[in-house]
Design a protein around this ligand. Structure first.
Ligand SMILES: Nc1ncnc2c1ncn2[C@@H]1O[C@H](COP(=O)(O)OP(=O)(O)OP(=O)(O)O)[C@@H](O)[C@H]1O
Ligand SMILES: Nc1nc2c(ncn2[C@@H]2O[C@H](COP(=O)(O)O)[C@@H](O)[C@H]2O)c(=O)[nH]1
Length: 188
């Protein structure tokens, strides 16, 4: 059986990568989501073992010590996120391709490790102002956390040219259609 490939979706917070990745997972049956570990609190509606594995900072440190992560980052102050080796291995061994929703540094690190097997997609918001509006209307962050995410967005946007593909997420239906085309072209 052929091993699956890897498709990374990265962007600043609020650009829409989770929305597009969820659409791809609902549409295509030959891909699976790499469920990351995080130390952040679970949001309303999120499910442990589906959206993330929600673990304590102590558990996260233990996993680092046991070399269980392909990559990990302190993405925002005191919040750690990491990709498990076991997720990537389980999905690729099954012949399916792995889809990641991770930050820009994590995304570029995955590319360095898996090279040709991996496609990196930068989800580009129409503007920083739109990104801010999307994050505010999602209504998931405290004032402080919202500021951290918006402050970091400008620097994250500068990494866009390092990605294989830049996907403009302006009109949602168009971006969803392009997401499916990008994945299908890469894994077929
Ligand atoms: N094209 C779009 N037009 C309008 N709203 C959008 C569009 N894409 C996503 N959104 C909305 O913007 C908000 C942010 O989207 P989403 O949560 O997918 O971003 P994200 O990049 O995954 O952010 P994070 O990194 O914080 O998880 C959500 O409320 C989503 O419904
Ligand atoms: N480097 C990694 N970044 C990750 C991982 N899982 C998620 N993320 C990214 O963190 C931010 C914040 O996510 P949120 O769910 O709190 O909004 C976002 O950019 C995610 O894509 C990971 O395993 N490694």
């Amino acid at each position: 059986m052929n091993k699956g490939k890897l498709i990374v979706f990265s962007a600043p917070s609020g650009a829409g990568k989770t929305t597009l990745v969820k659409h791809a997972l609902e549409t295509l049956d030959n891909i699976q989501f790499s469920i990351s570990c995080t130390t952040r609190d679970k949001r309303e509606g999120e499910v442990d073992g589906k959206d993330y594995y929600y673990i304590t900072p102590e558990e996260f440190k233990e996993k680092i010590a046991n070399d269980e992560f392909v990559e990990y980052e302190e993405v925002y102050t005191n919040n750690f996120y990491g990709t498990l080796k076991s997720e990537v291995e389980r999905i690729t061994e099954s012949g399916k391709s792995v889809v990641f929703d991770i930050d820009v540094i994590g995304g570029l690190n995955i590319k360095k490790i898996y090279a040709e097997q991996c496609l990196t997609v930068f989800v580009h918001p129409p503007s920083l102002e739109t990104l801010k509006e999307r994050l505010i209307s999602r209504n998931t962050e405290s004032e402080e956390k919202l500021k951290q995410r918006i402050d970091k967005a400008g620097i994250e946007m500068e990494t866009a040219p390092k990605f294989d593909i830049i996907l403009m997420n302006d009109d949602l239906d168009t971006a969803k259609k392009e997401t499916i085309e990008i994945i299908q072209n890469f894994i077929s």
